[in-house]
Design a binder for this molecule. Structure first.
Ligand code: AMP
Ligand code: MG
Length: 394
């Protein structure tokens, strides 16, 4: 039997051969989850002008000290309009939320603290307000010239909102990785087995924030596989194949890729890897659970590296949970990944896990039911109530 490669060594070996994608201007509507490759500096202030935080009246605060007081109304200023009149003492302008504060005024009185109608020439202010009341000042959120986001920022909906408010419509970021998925196997082509790996992996790619590209099924034919891998490599940033990497007579993928590993894990022991035409190609195992676990452990972190994630952001966060059922195993030189359901218990403030079902590498149902993978280092496993390290899959 060939030698087993420790998981961390196999992960490093793959990651070392993956380079981040070249940054480009990524339109905001495509940028969610992308990583900034340049800092963003505000060219304008937000808000760009002093504006009202309320529907009401722009006034001199000093006029309201002895409220109630009646003021002359000059005009109505809508959001998006420009004030045309300067507010002098004894005067007010009716103003809507977001509209520019007119010259002269130093406070807004909200409409609820006034008496009058939209058309009346005067308004009565019923309560005193301080200077600055309900005024949003220029640059209160972001000042022009500020560096708002650093290189390496992972763009969330909030970031996209700020960028839009600054007039940045295509920040310089690493693009979303295009990930091609190919299933291999004559049994899939002739329909004797349904292809479950491809839909599952395409979905895993989408959920990870990658662009999933369906490249179909290829039979167990060395020439056809070579062609399909070359074509896939030429048209995507990363290529995933499944099947054909174990010890069978028709396992061709591992002969096409330059690196074959037997990783010291269960499931997902076999892995092939190569770089074809500059494109990383992962030969994931064919067994359905193995292909998904291998994606989690090798492909997902590597593709995150391509997308510009930092070294400490490549792998999923690990948590400590407590076993609600024993998960025993025997020492075999491998780390075991057990598909588990997980729940957080409010009463004891802990995560609890238990096996999600049958743990064979062909038993996909337990993976479907699982929320997490429990990591069992080589050894006897864990007993009921013991601590266990988990990664959440959501
Ligand atoms: P292989 O490594 O190609 O021998 O595949 C290992 C096992 O996984 C075999 O039982 C295959 O039939 C099965 N398998 C391979 N690819 C898929 C797939 N895309 N969907 C479902 N089962 C598969
Ligand atoms: Mg096969």
């Amino acid at each position: 039997m060939s030698e087993l490669t420790p998981l961390e060594d196999a992960q490093r070996l793959v990651l070392d051969r993956c380079e981040p994608l070249v940054p480009r201007a990524v339109p905001l509507h495509e940028a969610l989850g992308c990583v900034l490759a340049e800092p963003v500096t505000a060219r304008t202030s937000v808000p760009p002008f002093a504006n009202s935080a309320m529907d009401g009246y722009a006034v001199h605060a000093a006029d309201t000290t002895n409220a109630p007081v009646t003021l002359d109304v000059l005009e109505t200023i809508a959001a998006g309009a420009r004030p045309t009149r300067t507010v002098a003492p004894g005067q007010a302008s009716r103003i809507m939320t977001g509209a520019p504060v007119p010259d002269g005024a130093d406070a807004i009185v909200m409409v609820e603290l006034t008496e009058g109608s939209p058309t009346s020439a005067t308004v009565t202010v019923t309560q005193a307000v301080p200077a600055g009341n309900h005024i949003r000042h220029v640059g209160e959120d972001v000042a022009a010239g500020d560096e708002v986001f650093d290189t390496g920022t992972v763009l969330t909906p909030g970031h996209l909102g700020v960028l839009a408010s600054l007039g940045v419509d295509a920040p310089i970021a690493r693009p979303r990785a295009r990930v091609g998925v190919i299933s291999t196997g004559d049994e899939l082509l002739n329909g004797s087995i349904h292809d479950s790996n491809r839909p599952a992996l395409l979905a895993a790619c989408t959920r990870a924030g990658f662009e999933a590209v369906d490249l179909g099924i290829v039979g167990d034919d060395g020439d056809a596989l070579t062609k399909a891998i070359e074509h896939g490599a030429a048209t995507t940033d990363v290529l995933l194949t499944t099947g054909g990497v174990s010890a069978g007579d028709f396992d061709y993928v591992k002969r096409i890729l330059d690196t074959q590993l037997q990783v010291a894990i269960r499931p997902a022991k076999p892995l092939a890897f190569g770089v074809v035409d500059g494109t990383p190609v992962f030969g994931l195992p064919g067994n359905p659970v193995s292909s998904m676990v291998s994606f989690e452990l090798f492909a997902r972190p590597a593709i995150r590296k391509l997308m510009g994630f930092a070294p400490d952001q490549l792998h999923r966060q690990r948590y400590t949970a407590f076993a609600d059922e024993a998960m025993t195993r025997h020492p075999d030189g491998k780390t075991h990944f057990v598909r588990v359901t997980a729940h957080y218990d409010d009463d004891d403030g802990r995560w609890h896990v238990k096996p999600a079902g049958g743990q064979g590498s062909h038993q996909l149902l337990a993976l479907a039911r699982a929320d997490a993978l429990a990591i069992l280092p080589d050894g006897p496993g864990v007993q009921l109530g013991e601590r266990v390290t988990v990664v959440l899959l959501c």
